[in-house]
Design a protein around this ligand. Structure first.
Ligand SMILES: Nc1ncnc2c1ncn2[C@@H]1O[C@H](COP(=O)(O)OP(=O)(O)O)[C@@H](O)[C@H]1O
Ligand SMILES: [Mg+2]
Length: 455
């Protein structure tokens, strides 16, 4: 199944969003071919990813009724093949890449698209640049070079610069990105809260492909996106740093770097293990690598369970080491990794989603009460608070009453099920007291603080 980004690729230049002057320049250059071979036989489209460079080249060919000879140079092993096709295709004029006969006399032109050209010619290999320069000089057919990094391409050759018209693509403006996202959602018939468009549009860095991919991720398999998805996206800044950490763990080959990578993450080991667990099979290809990785994760999980049971948060460090260094060391094969996944089941699995939500809501509540940021509560305060809550009956009672905790929150703090005896019993007692007295004028939690100060 193709991705939405592919499905909604603009079919005509008119559908390419943003960069109006670049598009106009491209079109003008194409029209100049109608009067014969123009002065500039090639253009270089330069700009950051996801701004529509490839789309514009393809759309141009479609608008002009030109055949496309498209070559992607990102696979370096194909560099030689690409070069020879570029030369043959561009010069002989008679066959398309599928072997179809094309007569220039009948108006059939071929647009040679050399995508990701900076990959092909950005290396030591200067012969490649010479070949392309030569091709451009001799071609009877229009050529589009596409590059993210103009410097990698042009420093090789000043003739390349002078032979081509350079057309710059800029990042797509957030408001345009949001408009595209809305259209995609409409075409897909999905209902998306406005915050989702807003958030993705504001955070995609002008990369429309990334924006559309994000929209597809959060809405996959659902016709109506629920709040949980908004929460998940809301955490995307964090998520992207998680991806960076995963990369260190899986690919650096360096256990120390793997360990360091999670140090500054605002992720508890309990969440981090979900991320690693979800992504390890996407990245590790050798069965023995996978087996070692899962064994390390298994042990990390045991430490986490012990941490929860005994409220010994010092054990978190071991769990964390096992899941980072252990998983890093597990990989012995050398191979390209896969693409990391947003853990869908963080969204779908109601238990972990519930836990996260309850934990975060509780942290906010405590933060308001204690004048601490939610983050500080999560990282520094909650573990101790939870231990105290579980072990001290009076404190537990006072806090539950004062913060008006519900069964979800109590269950989270006690690590019990919502309908367990411990949770029900506590809430019943609190309910009895609450029933008897009017709402207190001041916080009971503060009263507890004062009591302990007095003591
Ligand atoms: N300017 C744009 N207008 C409309 N869609 C775009 C635009 N830029 C990117 N996209 C979307 O992102 C996908 C990838 O764009 P692409 O043209 O390959 O970007 P680039 O070549 O600049 O990396 C397209 O298939 C399309 O869905
Ligand atoms: Mg591209």
């Amino acid at each position: 199944m193709s991705t939405w980004a592919e499905e909604y690729r603009p079919k005509s230049l008119r559908e390419v969003v943003g960069n109006p002057s670049a598009i106009a320049e491209l079109e003008k250059w194409a029209l100049s071919w109608e009067k014969g071979v123009p002065d500039k036989r090639a253009v270089i489209l330069v700009g950051p990813p996801g701004t529509g460079k490839t789309s514009a080249a393809l759309a141009l060919a479609k608008d002009m009724g030109w055949t496309v000879v498209e070559m992607n140079a990102s696979d370096k092993r194909n560099a030689d093949a690409v070069r020879s096709v570029a030369l043959r295709g561009a010069i002989t004029q008679t066959f398309s890449d599928t072997g179809e006969f094309l007569s220039t006399a009948t108006g059939g032109r071929k647009l040679v698209i050399l995508d990701e050209a900076d990959n092909l010619f950005g290396r030591e290999d200067s012969g490649g640049v010479a070949a392309i320069v030569d091709t451009i000089r001799r071609t009877g057919q229009p050529i589009v070079l596409i590059a993210n990094d103009f410097y990698a391409l042009s420093r090789r050759s000043s003739s390349l610069r002078s032979l081509c018209r350079t057309i710059k693509f800029k990042p797509i403006h957030p408001s345009s990105a949001k408009a595209v996202l809305r259209e995609v959602a409409k075409a897909e018939g999905i209902t998306v809260p406005d915050e989702v468009f807003e958030y993705i549009g504001d955070h995609c860095d002008g990369d429309l492909r990334a924006a559309i991919n994000d929209l597809e991720l959060v809405s996959r398999g659902e016709t109506s996106i629920v709040t949980a998805a908004v929460d998940a996206i809301g955490a995307r800044d964090r998520e992207s740093s998680v991806y960076a950490a995963l990369e260190e763990i899986f690919r650096s080959g360096d256990a120390r770097r793997a360990k360091e990578s999670v140090r500054n993450l605002d992720e508890s080991p309990e969440d981090m293990i979900l991320w690693i667990d979800e992504n390890v099979p996407l990245d590790y290809r050798r069965p023995d690598d996978l087996e070692r990785a899962f064994r390390a994760l298994g042990r990390a999980d045991e430490y986490l369970a012990r941490t929860r049971r005994r409220q010994q948060y010092g054990l978190w460090a071991y769990a964390s080491d096992l899941m980072t260094m252990g998983v890093s060391a597990a990989r012995q094969g050398r191979y390209a990794g896969g693409q990391f996944m947003f853990p869908q089941w963080l969204l779908k699995q109601s238990r972990s989603r519930g836990r996260r939500q309850v934990r975060n809501a509780l942290a906010s509540k405590l933060g308001r009460h204690l004048h601490m940021s939610r983050r500080t509560v999560l990282t520094d305060f909650l573990p101790t608070f939870r231990a105290l809550y579980a072990s001290d009956g009076d404190f537990k009672f006072a806090v539950t009453l004062d913060l008006d905790l519900d069964e979800k929150e109590v269950a989270f703090l006690l690590d019990e099920k919502e309908d367990s005896h411990a949770v029900r019993h506590l809430l019943e007692r609190v309910g009895q007291v609450r029933g008897k007295e009017p709402a207190p004028a001041r916080g009971r939690l503060e009263a507890v603080d004062e009591d302990s100060d007095d003591a």
